[in-house]
Write a protein that binds this ligand. Structure first.
Ligand code: BGC
Length: 753
């Protein structure tokens, strides 16, 4: 039962040093330790994040043991993010929590919100987006959904863990501004907005220091700045120096190590290398999670597997993205002959590999679901088309598919990436689909102009055949109920409403991380800086294959109004933005309204625009609705490394309403005034006119110069366009090095700078 801080401290006061040290590492793979004599129970943690991977026999678990209990496999996070639906993320969270309650799992290990820096990261399917705002909002809502049912979460992998290659050792080198704006911002949103019970420290190093031993990340930023109140758990096996980790803010080490980790802590305390208070602090945080972790578990609880399967289907329907629909080839007519092609139609690809791999309660057969959707009205044929375990085409399978396609009214090809391409533990080598998939699409499209491709993949692929097919549905990794969702969308019973949560570049080499991914071990340098995903494609004006935020619908939407409640504000004010959208087509649909902000006149290099709000609106034909957004200081700010804080540069900002990052429908501007004064740091090389142009420095400098017998007007040419301007201070011969040094000292001594 949850305990107050006072009660927990009383328990700690009764614990021996060994018991306290022991509590700081797990028992086996999935449990915390119990201390029976003091009534401290143990709790179980299990993997997520898009379903429960609970070991069938957690007490005796050995790595590699495949046996996990059945659970619902929901669409993976890459897919869920394409719904851009915060309520849906919350709802998925609530559903996951119900399964945790029934399976005695106190903490589900997710969500993971690492930024998709490269399309190649093996775990991209487990992560939400290339954009920290979108990732942060989805994670926050999912965590709230889970935790409001009394089950804990683990926000992971903290931090800058954006590749699998060398993940245990790689040292991620990232500059301060990029770290804050891109790689930490999503974590910050989730921590501040949802207080996850736990945060998981990543395997990798960050700027030379192990993440699990990183005082800056685990304490200075996470707790002191963001106010995190929970427990930090290591990723499984991420701890190197246990005592250093504890001091830095790592509370629980998982899993239990065979060598005597606990004694390292005991000895460190006994030898005075570790204050016992630091240990007590970690124990207190761990106990808080343990005691609250059992409150809602119920041995008699069960969940309705069929109902949860239906939920998974409804979720999948909200996520899939219609990328191409030339000549309205979709929705398909519920008549005629349809050639269904591709092994994935019968053996769907619906999740990724590694620790998030779910043992599903059942998996839709897409071909069956298509038939169920339309009954006997459609004459279907099926051809396998390719072998999932091969790269090269199988000529016989290919020819069979081509023959079926030729004799049909429409061909629907199910293709994408086989499971072996996307997994925890390794990255993809390239961005291509297997040759047999690509060649199948090209061969079928050559004989059947009505060809629709349905892709199943957890991250972007190159599409050399894109101009040859009129229809393309990106189904991502849709979870176990993907088939029903795909069938409903293809036949128009559900109107697709997903939009891409990441950019699909035309080629891998167009991606900004291309030259520095996966780095040169032992380091990877994030040299593209803040220009990740659309921030880069926008800046260099390179048209991607499909942009961030893009997705079609069977209906059409007009953006009719953009209103802002003020034209001028201070950065401490809030701006209200209202965007009105109308369904101008003839069927109901949902539009994801995106709000971007740009600072076109910034003195630091900034992205053209950044996502600062989004809302999904459901609209009947002819209906009009307004989405309301609040923009605050953070919406306009960049991370200023001089003041080590968020900073708004005074000036005119653009407010943009977009149907995608590349489809801005309405624009307005607002003038924002900064309330933060940044005092420039002057050096020996600063021209005197720069100092004299600074309203704060000028009076001090003028008084000083006068005192020294110099005249600003006569001795220094302050005319802006004068060719003499540069070097005039020296040309006059009067401003000696000694005088400049004295002036700098004066400026500093006044405490102004
Ligand atoms: C993964 C984590 C996972 C943990 C437990 C690690 O290898 O990186 O995401 O939660 O294993 O399975």
């Amino acid at each position: 039962m949850a305990k107050t801080t006072e009660e927990i401290r009383t328990v700690i006061s009764q614990m021996t040093l060994e018991e306290k040290a022991g509590l700081c590492s797990g028992k086996g793979f999935w449990y915390t330790k119990a201390v029976e004599r003091l009534g401290i129970p143990h709790i179980m943690m299990s993997d997520g994040p898009h379903g429960l991977r609970r070991q069938a026999n957690p007490e005796k678990y050995l790595p590699g043991e495949p046996s996990t209990v059945q659970a619902i496999c929901f669409p993976t996070s890459a897919t869920l993010a394409c719904s851009w639906d915060k309520d849906l993320a919350y709802y998925v969270g609530q559903t996951l929590a119900e399964e945790c309650i029934a399976e005695q799992v106190s903490v589900i290990l997710g969500p993971g919100i690492n930024i998709k820096r490269s399309p190649l990261c093996g775990r991209n399917f487990e992560y939400f987006s290339e954009d920290p705002y979108l990732a942060g909002q989805m994670a926050k809502n999912q965590i709230n959904g889970i935790q409001e049912k009394g089950i804990g979460t683990s926000l992971k992998h903290f931090a800058v863990n954006n590749q699998e290659n060398n993940r245990f050792a790689i040292d991620t080198i990232v500059d301060e501004r990029t770290l804050r704006e891109i790689y930490l911002a999503g974590f910050e949103t989730a921590v501040k907005g949802a207080q996850p019970w736990t945060v998981m420290a990543a395997y990798n190093k960050f700027n030379g220091d192990q993440c699990s031993e990183n005082q800056k990340l685990l304490t200075d930023i996470l707790r002191d700045e963001w106010g995190f109140e929970g427990m930090v758990v290591s990723d499984w096996g991420a701890v190197n120096d246990r005592v250093k980790g504890l001091k830095a803010g790592l509370d629980l080490e998982m899993p239990q190590k065979t060598d005597d980790r606990d004694m390292q802590i005991v000895h460190a305390v006994q030898e005075g290398r570790l204050e016992e208070a630091v240990l007590d602090r970690a124990v207190e945080r761990i106990l808080r999670v343990i005691f609250r972790g059992l409150d809602r578990l119920d041995k008699n609880a069960a969940y309705d597997k069929d109902a949860h399967h239906d939920i998974a289907r409804k979720v999948a329907q909200e996520c899939m993205v219609l990328l191409k629909n030339e000549g309205h080839i979709l929705p398909l007519k519920k008549s005629g002959r349809i050639a269904v092609i591709g092994d994935f139609a019968q053996n769907p690809r619906y999740q990724g590999g590694g620790s998030s791999h779910i043992n599903p309660t059942r998996v839709d057969n897409i071909f069956d679901e298509l038939r169920k959707q339309v009954g006997t009205a459609v004459d279907f044929t099926y051809a396998q088309g390719y072998r999932t375990d091969a790269d090269a085409p199988d000529e016989a399978l290919l020819q069979e598919a081509v023959a079926n396609a030729r004799n049909a009214d429409v061909a629907v090809i199910f293709a994408g990436l086989p499971e072996s391409f996307e997994s925890e533990g390794y990255d993809r080598q390239h961005m291509r689909m297997p040759n047999c998939h690509n060649q199948l699409i090209e061969a079928v499209a050559a004989v059947q102009k009505n060809t629709v491709v349905v892709l199943s993949n957890g991250s972007p692929v190159e599409m050399p055949w894109i101009d040859q097919v009129p229809g393309l549905l990106e189904a991502y990794l849709g979870g176990q109920a993907l088939g029903g969702a795909i069938a409903a969308i293809l036949f128009g019973d559900v109107n697709p409403s997903g939009k891409l949560a990441e950019t699909f570049p035309e080629k891998l080499c167009h991606n900004p991380s291309y030259l520095n991914f996966p780095g040169f071990a032992p380091r990877v340098e994030y040299k593209e800086g803040v220009f990740v995903g659309y921030r880069y494609y926008d800046k260099v004006d390179r048209k991607p294959l499909f942009p961030f935020g893009y997705g079609l619908s069977y209906t059409s939407f007009a953006y009719t109004k953009l209103e802002i409640d003020k034209k001028e504000m201070q950065d401490t004010d809030t701006l209200t933005v209202r965007i009105t959208v109308k369904n101008t087509g003839d069927c109901a649909g949902k539009e994801i309204v995106q709000l971007y902000v740009g600072d076109p006149h910034s003195h630091v290099i900034r992205p053209e625009k950044e996502l600062k709000g989004f809302e999904k609106l459901e609209l009947a034909p002819g209906e009009e609705k307004t989405a309301e957004f609040k923009l605050d200081k953070r919406s306009f700010a960049y991370y200023n490394t001089e003041i080590h804080d968020w900073y708004v540069e005074s000036g005119v900002f653009e407010i943009m309403a977009g149907a995608s990052s590349r489809d801005i429908r309405l624009k307005d501007t607002v003038t924002v005034h900064s309330t933060t004064v940044i005092r420039p740091v002057y050096s020996r090389n600063t021209p005197i006119y720069t100092i004299l142009e600074d309203p704060e420095a000028r009076p001090i400098a003028e008084a000083f110069l006068q005192e020294k017998g110099l005249d600003v007007k006569k001795d220094f040419n302050m005319e802006k366009d004068s060719p003499m301007r540069m070097g005039v201070s020296f040309a006059s011969g009067k401003l000696t090095d000694a005088l400049i040094n004295e002036l700098l000292e004066r400026l500093e001594a006044r405490g102004s700078f």
